[in-house]
Design a protein around this ligand. Sequence first.
Ligand SMILES: [Zn+2]
Length: 217
Amino acid sequence: MVHLKITLRFTWRTAFHTTGNRWRWGADKALARRYDGTYVLPATSLKGALREQAERLLRGHVHICTAPAPAQMCQDPNHLCLVCRVFGNPKRPAPLRFTDMDLDQKPETTRIRAGVAISRRRRAAVPQRLYFVETTTPDFMEAHPTTLDGFFREREEAEEAAALVMLAVRALPALGAGRSRGLGWLTEAQAECQIDGAPLKQEVIERYWKQWLGGGQ
Ligand SMILES: [Zn+2]
């Protein structure tokens, strides 16, 4: 088996919000926290955001199915599209394991912001729909590095997964809910890949990008 390890380092320049399932006094939507109370960017949110970027970039260049509707996703586990091979599919789980990204936040440092629900159809604020959302501190915030890892049968499969995640990370403009309100813009998103403990060369990654997107990349 071939072991792929990807280390992600994210830095934000604005506050962000990812809704969790905890209750917090004064907030209708509280930030996501782990069972031990640590503020996190949940693994599922991270994976979802990267998959969305990968699909957006590849569509029109290579064949990919239409997630998240299971009926429109690849049906044959032996012939999965590139995105399903790396991020998983109802028929085959992802080889890469995502973990939560820990954030240096405490209940005393997060903010509660008021928001007004806007009816998109009428483009008017409905006064009754005032709500409160908990966000991270509004300034620079560096998350603790997080690691994705996975085991692959062939080296090529591991390289392909590394290249796709790197491509999605490069394109990731913002992470978290409330992007239209200026929340959640990333300043920096870095990824480092290792295969069986050795750093993966940038040329190898770029070769995959060229193959998928053409020479101009
Ligand atoms: Zn697919």
